[in-house]
Ligand binder design. Structure first.
Ligand code: AMP
Length: 215
């Protein structure tokens, strides 16, 4: 895999995280999810965790300066590797911030892939989503329920529902997505870098489609 900088965009619950994990495991990408980074800071009760907790649990966007601070720290260690950005950039200033840090090393975002899904499907998927507290694996009570209720099939850890996966918060996250993240699609589209995939195709077909795009 060449040192590609790939951005995965899509509404919450479109399957970006699942695709990003597949691309990490099978194709050697470094998977960088700002949402995972923030949840980790919150659970470690770090200074960044204290700054972002209220935003993350209520589904509002963390301010751009805080986001770019953690991204720049990550980039200092990882720039030049094949990186897959999941859930970032979510605003135009974040997209510009990413371009700036890449340009300093004569790099750029190579492609932005939109994994698209209608709002009602997002709500159906996310209210049934559960995550393992121990290994972080995501499962869905509708598509692939765990063998034992509340227990992770992979590691036996406890499955929990994210505080931001309740219907009211999901609707708020969707409206934030439409207002603040959709302009980022336009940003990449005008640069000829945006590709769209129908998230309703399901995990395996979406993955094949992404492989075809980046081949
Ligand atoms: P996610 O796991 O990507 O759905 O992110 C969960 C939450 O973390 C979001 O609802 C935001 O509160 C916060 N977050 C994650 N990534 C970003 C970002 N790039 N910009 C602002 N807030 C973010």
């Amino acid at each position: 895999m060449k040192a590609m900088n790939l951005v995965l965009i899509g509404p919450p619950g479109s399957g970006k995280g699942t695709q990003a994990e597949l691309l990490r495991e099978k194709n050697g990408f470094v998977h960088y999810s700002t949402g995972d980074v923030f949840r980790d800071h919150i659970s470690r009760k770090s200074a960044v965790g204290a700054k972002v907790e209220e935003y993350v649990t209520s589904g509002r966007l963390v301010p751009d300066d805080v986001v770019l601070e953690v991204v720049n720290a990550f980039m200092a260690e990882n720039i030049g590797k094949p990186i897959l950005f999941d859930g970032f950039p979510r605003t135009i200033p974040q997209a510009e911030g990413l371009d700036k840090v890449l340009a300093a090393k004569k790099l750029a975002v190579d492609m932005a892939v939109l994994v698209d899904l209608p709002d009602d499907e997002v709500v159906t998927r996310l209210t049934a989503r559960r995550q393992c507290r121990k290994c972080g694996k995501i499962c869905n009570l509708t598509f692939k329920p765990p063998t034992v209720a509340g227990v992770c099939d992979d590691c036996g850890g406890e499955l929990y529902q994210r505080k931001d996966d309740t219907e009211t918060v999901i609707r708020d996250r969707l409206s934030t997505y439409h207002q603040q993240t959709e302009p980022v699609l336009h940003y990449y589209s005008t640069q000829g870098k945006l590709k769209r995939i129908d998230g309703a195709l399901g995990r395996d077909k979406v993955y094949q489609e992404i492989l075809r795009l980046i081949a």
